[in-house]
Design a protein around this ligand. Structure first.
Ligand code: DLL
Length: 441
């Protein structure tokens, strides 16, 4: 199924560049960005001054570690404009993301930033096999969230025919998908799964022409990919990004699906130990940190994403030399500590996705009973398995429980739910209900 990607937005000069040359390009752009930030953003200048670091001390990537970190809290503290490095009149777009509470964080993009972002998503579309022959159905939400507009701009840049559906209204999505013959789908992996299952349930698979999809904005697993690809017989590629760094397209997978190629001509990626802040070598799991090197509106220096993954700079089978990041393996802050054990929802997910009869809709309910933490996994059965005997269901419960115990190191109560009873999400899925916090308030 690996289609060749001979296309305008496949740019081997950058994407297959010799890594030493790429380093030189990154160093040059890094120096410019540090200067821009120091001269225009008082909060960061003060932070550098406090560390005794001047822009001329940052010459190469090896000097990065001298720079102070930034993170989401800065965007809240300096909301809305105090982190702009460009005059407000040069900001042509505002994008944002909702935090867990309160106001969204907002980022100002200059014309240059929108252009860089567009190019990154166009590259992602091509990596996933897209071209000007594709009909791209965008069901990410349009608005402050970067998913909708990002996919829209990138696919348009590729010359594809774009259907700007935005999220929701599944029947309408499926009607358009059939009538217009969509060949590429852009949405969250959980919504893609829901769409795919509905297609199979409605018996309309032979009317669907999807060849590939760009799925991201939330964590998903290899098992979820396999499930999706089996349902629709297409290529499901991962795409990563965040509003602060430039939206979707910061990294994305090619059809070899062995990690996401990072747009290293626009960002420098580091992995750090989330506790000490010390850089870690390629190959080790740690927190992903980005420095933007072409953004001019709100450049980010050593921005802590709180996303956990590992990096590799080995050349990909596709020929690209850009470093790759693994799937997001969890977040430093969605990590739950249950009876002293660190638990990531994605870890639990891999324990039941391989089980036959299980649909990929679930909720982890954490509670505190008699001063002891409890974990319950509520997970949906398929129609076929829901009709089976209690013995069969008991076996499934036992198998999942045992796998969670051995992989995650904790016992969990497994509750099998009736088909179509768990909430379906059109945007980012909510997978955890931690009642301990409510009770502790
Ligand atoms: O989610 C941008 C995006 C839109 C990416 C569409 C891909 C597709 P934010 O709303 O700012 O931006 O959220 C960023 O979402 O720090 C990750 O925790 C998570 N995330 C994004 N992509 C992935 C992915 C968009 N492929 C936050 N896998 C990030 C896992 C992802 N998590």
């Amino acid at each position: 199924m690996k289609r060749q990607k001979e296309y305008r937005y496949y740019n081997p000069v950058i994407e297959c560049m010799d890594r030493a040359k790429l380093r030189e390009l990154q160093n040059e752009r890094l120096r410019e960005t540090v200067k821009l930030e120091y001269e225009n953003v008082p909060m960061y200048r003060e932070r550098m001054d406090a560390k005794g670091v001047k822009p001329e001390d940052i010459q190469t990537i090896d000097d990065l570690r001298k720079l102070p970190f930034m993170d989401k809290q800065d965007l809240r503290d300096y909301y809305p404009w105090a982190m702009l490095a460009a005059p407000l009149k040069d900001i042509v777009r505002v994008q944002g993301s909702s935090g867990t509470t309160g106001k969204p964080i907002v980022c100002g993009y200059t014309e240059n930033d929108v252009e860089v972002w567009t190019e990154m998503v166009a590259r992602a579309c091509v990596e996933a096999g897209g071209s000007d022959e594709d009909i791209v159905q965008v069901c990410y939400g349009y608005g402050l969230f970067t998913g909708g507009l990002g996919a829209h701009q990138g696919a348009t840049r590729c010359g594809a025919t774009v259907i700007p559906m935005s999220a929701g209204n599944t029947n309408r999505q499926l009607m358009m998908m059939q009538d217009l013959g969509s060949t590429m789908l852009c949405c969250t992996p959980s919504y893609a799964t829901y769409l795919a299952e509905t297609i199979v349930d409605q018996g309309i698979k032979d009317k669907i022409k999807l060849r590939s999809g760009l799925f991201g904005a939330e964590p998903w697993t290899e098992e979820m990919r396999q499930h999706l690809e089996e349902l629709l017989d297409f290529d499901a590629c991962d795409i990563y990004g965040l509003t602060e760094i430039g939206g979707p397209g910061v990294a994305s997978e090619c059809l070899w699906k062995c990690g996401m190629h990072i747009a290293e001509d626009h960002v420098i990626a580091e992995i750090i130990n989330p506790e000490t802040g010390e850089p870690l070598p390629y190959g080790e799991v740690g927190e992903l940190v980005f420095t933007t090197i072409t953004k001019t509106g709100m450049p980010m220096l050593r921005y802590r994403t709180h996303d956990l993954c590992r990096l590799t700079d080995e050349k990909c089978e596709c020929g690209r030399t850009l470093a790759r990041m693994s799937r997001i393996l969890g977040r430093t802050d969605d990590m739950m500590v249950i009876r002293g054990v660190n638990v990531f929802p994605s870890q639990v997910e891999t324990c039941f996705m391989q089980e036959e009869g299980i649909a990929p809709f679930y909720m982890l309910v954490v509670d505190r009973v008699n001063n002891s933490d409890t974990l319950e996994l509520q997970v949906e059965l398929t129609e076929e398995y829901y009709a089976k005997s209690d013995d069969v269901k008991e076996k499934i419960v036992k198998a999942i429980g045992a796998r969670i115990k051995s992989t995650v190191g904790i016992s969990a109560k497994i509750t099998l739910m009736a088909p179509k009873t768990m909430p379906r999400s059109e945007g980012k899925a909510k997978r955890v209900m931690d009642n301990r916090n409510i009770k502790n308030m």
